[in-house]
Design a protein around this ligand. Sequence first.
Ligand code: HSE
Length: 298
Amino acid sequence: MTGNKYKIKTPATSANIGAGFDCMGLAVDIYNETYAELTDETGVRVETDADLPKNETNLVAATVLHTLKILKADFCGLHIKQINNIPKTSGLGSSAACIVSGVMLGNVLAGGRMSLAAVIDLCNELDGHPDNVLPCITGGVTAGIVDRGHVRYARVVPTGLKVLTLTPDFPLSTALSRKVLPATYSRADAVYNLSHSTLTFGALATGEYSLLKAAADDRIHQPYRKGLIENYSEITAAVRHAGALCVWLSGAGPSIAAFIDGAFDERKLAEAIKPYKKWRYRVCGIDAQGAVIRPINR
Ligand code: HSE
């Protein structure tokens, strides 16, 4: 389908909301924009100002190629342009956004035969984190499971809440951040997280946000990962002190995220985190749309 050009906008995501390790995530209004077209020129060309591979090893390009192959699409060359605003290896779903972009662009370039469910399953197979790929595709807050290779999920879009993200200037690889987790957990810790994550999703669905403070606590990953993140305790304390409803480690870190409402005191936060020069915060909206793809008219 040479000549058709598409643009996709994919949101950043924060996985592991509260006790929802590996299952609950949300999308925020920070976006990557990616353009793709099939060309008559052989080979893969990626245009980007970011420090990313410019050939077929680029994650978006590799994912488009993989999807085109699955869909048995005939093509000669591929041109990609990436404008990335989601910081890399920061716990805000930058890899998931690239994979979602690649699968959805590959699908439309091949004629758009994949269903939404098939797109979600393929993204999850490639990324391995349903708590990032799901909200990236659907927007909102998602709770997902993988049932024999198929992702099943529920989605809510809480109103009246914003998401505070705090990101330091140092990266943390997901692989390293998973390595520090124990292989097994006690029944008490498993029940703690089950009960807390169920209540968190319920509170977000019903608007009973006063429950979040107690509900959004975790024993599965944060106690083990916080030592990897310089000033984690000081930053989370500052966010709570400024009136956040609840705070969590965003994905595998190092970013931290929090739900906030109108009672949150941004000036108090800015003052409290002043000594921690490596950290920047941002007040985000919850993205309710998820990935948006459209043809570009020439
Ligand atoms: N749930 C995953 C983790 C998210 O915490 O490792 C990775 O982005």
